[in-house]
Design a protein around this ligand. Structure first.
Ligand SMILES: Nc1ncnc2c1ncn2[C@@H]1O[C@H](COP(=O)(O)OP(=O)(O)O)[C@@H](O)[C@H]1O
Ligand SMILES: O=C(CO)[C@@H](O)[C@H](O)COP(=O)(O)O
Length: 682
């Protein structure tokens, strides 16, 4: 869909509607689903393989931040600090507030039937955080005052006006931020030391008596790795810069007065839900597991970690024994977690009711992260890999085990780490994380995320393919046909998550090609154009493959063609509209790729919003089902609802892209060399 254009709304049906929002990196999207009824609106002409039950697409709307809210001066929806090495990346929180109002105004102009909306849920880019001031409650109250006045569009009632003083931090740190390396280290070292103490092991860096630097370095590395392992076991992931815990710690340390005056901390998802219900909404369990603060098994905030952060980390004066009993401020600021992911957080604020004509009892169901919401949209089953090619390239694997983080023999873990090399391989092993499933209480999502996804492909397209996706596709197709498979490239325009490296490197036959010098020397050679287009896409997908199955670090005499445990990929996100890219993805993984289109005009781009609308449908209204003694729908029925009738009613085969296994063999053979070159960058 062209950004900012709305479809004509022609339906006269009175079927209920379900709203799904997605506040992603580059835009705010709304996907509206309709239950049953005549199918007269957009997205109904597509072969829509998600649309396998009573729900169909009704309409969708978008506000693109860069082009439609230019006064915030974002690029790719964000502000990156001029000094790129600082790693600071933020988004203006009021831009998100304004986007919400603007998208609803757009719907109003298109005569959207707001009165038919029954429930709303939402999704948002993960990990980003929003800091509310003590004025927030006043702002929420103001929303309710406005409702008593007749509907008006006077500037005084604009949401940005109401919320202009409601935040202590105007620029929210987002998932692309990499400025918290030292805070991550602090969190890991802290847990490593605690663990050493627990095991009665006194040999930590602080007690190393001699001044042997190498030994001290080795010791520090051991403690950190032990802490990394502990943090991963506890929260699902080792410390990542983009995760919310280290971001909060940075604010506590660098702006303690701002932290103190913050009354509540939301994720981007729970912030958006709060605007809708005009009070604080709780953090969702799946999105909350991307914070390094939530115990992934008990689904509650970890008291030791939250207290450590509240006290300013290592620079503070943490005392372990106080942790459990003391009033834990950070825990208060975070509020409750919705451990089920299915709660109705409240009803839509009367501000929206009077202004747009919603009914007064519209239910708002817990908002989640964009990746878990995509899983909701696709009804992924255990063993499915979901690849989202949005701003980030993200791979999720629906599983019921926390395999790679809990199989390590803990007591031997630290002892077996001998030096830098081992430390690097151990860190690589922990380069994925785990989130709780958005609604399955026993399910987890293994997560691998690359920061240099679509925007990096766009840069290569602009440098080597005349800023044209068709040309880019043509080069990719040409390159995929070529016999020569000697090229590997790493296009980390921004510092990558793993490996934590910034820069552009291309290798031919294992030797670095010097083409990315001081002057941007893109040249005109056709060979170079093809080589770069192919190298970025192949390397992005190879990285995804090696992360999703950790066995491939060493060459195996008889490697399997597809990564163990993955039999198909469900692809989504803006770049999944590109069939050539999906063919390459199928070839690299050696499994069929099913393209999950949810929107006929920008296929794949609306999955998270679709998943959110589906959540609104499943949990925002009464359903018939087995009811327990206190009137709740039984868990089994809840889970069946999640899976729906996907198996019996799916037509995925018509959009599956099959792998060329001869190509897959080529990629499997290349994995050891790929890993060798990747390690070389570290
Ligand atoms: N034909 C295409 N080929 C490759 N990438 C594409 C194509 N069309 C759109 N994209 C990519 O899709 C990205 C947007 O994806 P989307 O899922 O909407 O992002 P987000 O949800 O993170 O805001 C754009 O940055 C763009 O590079
Ligand atoms: O950081 C992650 C996942 O860990 C990203 O996937 C963000 O959730 C942003 O999503 P997109 O805007 O790329 O969809």
């Amino acid at each position: 869909m062209e950004h900012g254009q709305s479809p004509p709304l022609t339906s006269t049906s009175a079927q209920p509607l379900f709203f799904g929002l997605d506040l992603s990196t580059q835009q705010l999207k709304v996907v509206v689903l309709e239950q049953g009824g005549n199918n007269t609106n957009i997205a109904t002409t597509t072969t829509n393989n998600i649309n396998d039950d009573d729900l169909r697409a009704h309409s969708s709307f978008t506000i693109h931040f860069d082009s439609e809210l230019p006064h915030y001066r974002t690029r790719g929806g964000v502000h990156a600090q001029q000094d790129q090495s600082s790693g600071v990346v933020t988004a203006p929180v009021l831009m998100w507030v304004e986007a919400l109002e603007r998208v609803l105004e757009k719907m109003k102009v298109a005569q959207f039937p707001f009165h038919r909306v029954v429930s709303i849920s939402g999704a948002a880019q993960q990990h980003g955080s929003v800091y509310w001031s003590c004025n927030a409650t006043q702002a929420f109250d103001k929303m309710c005052e406005h409702s008593s006045k007749p509907s008006s569009s006077s500037s005084s009632s604009k949401l940005v006006e109401i919320f202009k003083d409601a935040f202590t931090v105007k620029e929210s740190p987002i998932w692309q931020d990499t400025s918290t390396t030292s805070q991550c280290e602090e969190m890991e070292v802290f847990l490593g030391r605690l663990d050493n103490q627990r095991r009665g092991c006194s040999s930590t860096i602080t007690t190393t008596a001699d001044d042997d630097d190498a030994a001290a370095e080795e010791e520090e590395s051991k403690v950190r790795l032990l802490g990394q392992q502990r943090l991963a076991e506890l929260t699902g992931s080792r410390a990542y810069e983009r995760y919310t815990g280290s971001q909060i710690l940075k604010i506590v340390q660098e702006r303690p007065e701002v932290y103190r005056s913050t009354t509540r901390i939301s994720l981007v998802s729970s912030f958006l839900a709060s605007l809708l219900i005009a009070r604080y909404a709780s953090i969702d369990v799946a999105d909350g597991s991307g914070m390094n603060l939530l115990d992934i098994r008990t689904k509650t905030w970890d008291p030791v970690l939250t207290r450590f952060i509240d006290q300013g980390g290592q620079r503070g004066n943490f005392s372990k024994d106080e942790a459990v009993d003391a009033v834990n401020l950070l825990m208060n600021k975070l509020g409750e977690v919705d451990a089920s992911g299915k709660k109705v957080q409240g009803v839509l604020s009367s501000w929206f009711v009077s202004r747009y004509g919603f009914m007064p009892d519209v239910k708002v169901v817990t908002f989640t992260g964009d990746n878990p919401a995509t899983v909701m949209a696709l009804r992924a089953e255990r063993g499915d890999a979901i690849v989202s090619l949005g701003t980030s390239d993200t791979l999720l694997l629906y599983t019921d085990t926390l395999a790679s983080i809990s199989d390590t023999d803990n007591d031997n873990f630290a002892i077996s780490i001998k030096g830098k090399q081992d430390a690097r391989s151990a860190a690589r092993l922990l380069s994925v994380g785990y989130l709780c499933h958005p609604v399955d209480p026993n399910g987890y999502l293994m997560l691998y995320c690359a920061k240099n996804g679509s925007l990096a492909r766009e840069q290569v397209r602009d440098l080597y393919a005349d800023s044209n996706w068709d040309r880019f596709d043509q080069y990719l197709r040409d390159g995929m046909r070529e016999e020569d498979d000697s090229g590997v490239g790493f296009y980390f325009f921004d510092r990558e998550i793993w490996p934590p490296v910034q820069g552009v490197y291309r290798f031919e036959n294992g030797v670095a090609v010097d083409e990315f010098g001081q002057q941007e020397n893109t040249g005109d050679s056709a060979q170079k154009r093809v080589a770069n287009v192919v190298a970025i896409c192949e390397s992005q997908f190879l990285a995804m493959r090696v992360r999703s199955s950790q066995e491939e670090a060493t060459p195996s005499p008889s490697p399997s063609l597809n990564p163990p445990g993955i039999s198909r990929i469900l692809a989504t996100g803006g770049a999944s509209s590109n069939r050539v890219l999906l063919q390459l993805l199928a070839n690299v993984f050696g499994v069929p790729v099913v393209s999950m289109s949810t929107d006929d005009q920008q296929p794949g781009a609306g999955s998270a919003a679709w998943g959110a609308a589906r959540k609104a449908y499943l949990y925002g209204q009464r359903h018939s089902g087995t009811v327990d003694g206190v009137g709740r729908v039984k868990e089994d029925d809840d889970n069946n609802r999640y899976f729906g009738r996907r198996k019996s009613n799916t037509n995925e085969s018509c959009v599956a892209i099959l792998p060329d296994l001869a190509q897959t063999k080529k990629y499997v053979d290349r994995i050891p060399e790929f890993l060798r070159l990747e390690a070389f960058l570290l």
